[in-house]
Ligand binder design. Structure first.
Ligand code: PBG
Length: 326
C-alpha cells in the first residue's frame, strides 16, 4: 500500500495542536484605532460608508478614547475635520484648532493611551489636497513641507505622542525632525506614511475626514499601485530623514510590499487596513455573504504574517474584545 511519507495534517488534528504550531498570533498590542474629530458638542455623526464609525465632537471623542483604552488597544490615530477650511490649512496650524483640542482632551482623559496625530493638509484645506495648490493646479512640494512641519509642531505642542505625516510630499520627514528638535520635541517620534499608494480604497475615509480633493486626484504625490521598488526607495529615504516607524498603506492589496519592507528595515513596520478594506467586509457581512469575524481575523493575520508589526484598523476595539473572549 502506498502512503505519503510526510503528513502535514498530523499537527492539524485538533484545536490544541493547531494552537501549538501556529506561527502568527494577533494581539491587541499591535492595534491602532483611528478617530475622527469634528467641531461641536455632543456630536456623534455616523459615517454612512463606514458602518460602526462616527465623526465625533471632542467631548464624545474622549468617551470613545476611554472605551478603546479599556479594550487593551494601546493607541489611537487622530484625524480632524475642522469647519473652517482655507487654502493655507490655517485650522491645522492653530494651537487652539480642532486637532490640537482633541489631542489635548484625549491625553487629559487617558494619559496612558498613545495618541498619534495624522499630519496632512487635506482635512483643513478648501481644495482637499494634501499640499498647497499652485495656480494651474499643481501641488507645490516645498512650501507644503514647510506648512506640514509647522502642523507637526503644533500637534506635538498639543501633546501628541507621535506625529504621522500622510501627505507624501518629498522631504517632509527631514523638515519635521529638524523643526521638532529645534523646538524642544526631540523625543517625539515620527511615524511616516512612507509607502502610501494612490488607492481607490480611501473612498469611504474621505467622507469621514471630509478630505476628498475638489479637483483632480492624488496621483502626482501618492504612489502608483504598480510599484514596489519605489516603495523601498521611499521607505529608505524616510529612514534616512529620521522616521522612527514606517508605514505601508493600504494593507491587504499590498502584502508583498509589507513583506519587502519588513526584510529591508529594522524599524517597526506599520500597515494601515484602510477604510475601503473595512467597508468591503462590513458590506458583505451585512448582506450575510461573509462571516465577519472570521474574515476580519483572516485579513489581520495575513497582514501580520506578511511582516507588519503594527496594524491601524477600524476593527481594533472589536477585535480586541473578540480576542479577550468578550
Ligand atoms: C490623508 C489620509 C487619507 C487616509 C489617511 N490619511 C486619505 C487620502 O490620502 O486620500 C486614508 C485612510 C483610509 O482610507 O482609511 N492624506
Amino acid at each position: 500500500m502506498s502512503h505519503p511519507a510526510t503528513r502535514p495534517r498530523r499537527t492539524r488534528q485538533s484545536d490544541a495542536w493547531r494552537r501549538m504550531v501556529r506561527e502568527t498570533r494577533l494581539s491587541p498590542d499591535a492595534f491602532i484605532y483611528p478617530l475622527f474629530a469634528v467641531p461641536g458638542r455632543g456630536v456623534r455623526h455616523a459615517v454612512s460608508s463606514m458602518p460602526g464609525v462616527s465623526q465625533l465632537s471632542v467631548d464624545e471623542l474622549v468617551k470613545d478614547a476611554k472605551a478603546v483604552a479599556a479594550t487593551g488597544v494601546p493607541a489611537v490615530l487622530l484625524f480632524a475635520a475642522p469647519a473652517q477650511k482655507d487654502a493655507r490649512a490655517s485650522a491645522a496650524l492653530d494651537p487652539k484648532g480642532l486637532a490640537a483640542q482633541a489631542i489635548c482632551a484625549i491625553k487629559d482623559a487617558c494619559p496612558d493611551l498613545v495618541v498619534w496625530a495624522d499630519v496632512c493638509l487635506c482635512g483643513a484645506t478648501d481644495h482637499g489636497h494634501c499640499g498647497h495648490v499652485l495656480p494651474g493646479g499643481a501641488i507645490d512640494n516645498d512650501s507644503s513641507v514647510e506648512t506640514l512641519a509647522q502642523v507637526a509642531l503644533n500637534y506635538a505642542r498639543a501633546g501628541a505622542d507621535a506625529v504621522a505625516p500622510s501627505d507624501m510630499m518629498d522631504g517632509r520627514v527631514r523638515a519635521m525632525r529638524h523643526l521638532l528638535d529645534r523646538e524642544g520635541y526631540a523625543t517625539t517620534p515620527i511615524v511616516s506614511y512612507a509607502a502610501k499608494y494612490a488607492s481607490s480604497f480611501y473612498g469611504p475615509f474621505r467622507e469621514a475626514a471630509e478630505s476628498a480633493p475638489a479637483f483632480g486626484d492624488r496621483r502626482s504625490y501618492q504612489m502608483d499601485p504598480a510599484n514596489v521598488r519605489e516603495a523601498l526607495r521611499e521607505v529608505l529615504l524616510d529612514l534616512e530623514e529620521g522616521a522612527d516607524l514606517v508605514m505601508v498603506k493600504p494593507a491587504g492589496p499590498y502584502l508583498d510590499v509589507i513583506h519587502r519592507v519588513r526584510e529591508a528595515v529594522t524599524v517597526p513596520v506599520v500597515a494601515y487596513q484602510v477604510s475601503g478594506e473595512y467597508s468591503l467586509i462590513k458590506a458583505a457581512a451585512e448582506r450575510g455573504w461573509i462571516d465577519e469575524r472570521a474574515a476580519v481575523l483572516e485579513t489581520l493575520t495575513g497582514i501580520r504574517r506578511a511582516g507588519a508589526d503594527l496594524i491601524i484598523t477600524y476593527y481594533a476595539p472589536e477585535v480586541a474584545r473578540w480576542l479577550a473572549g468578550r
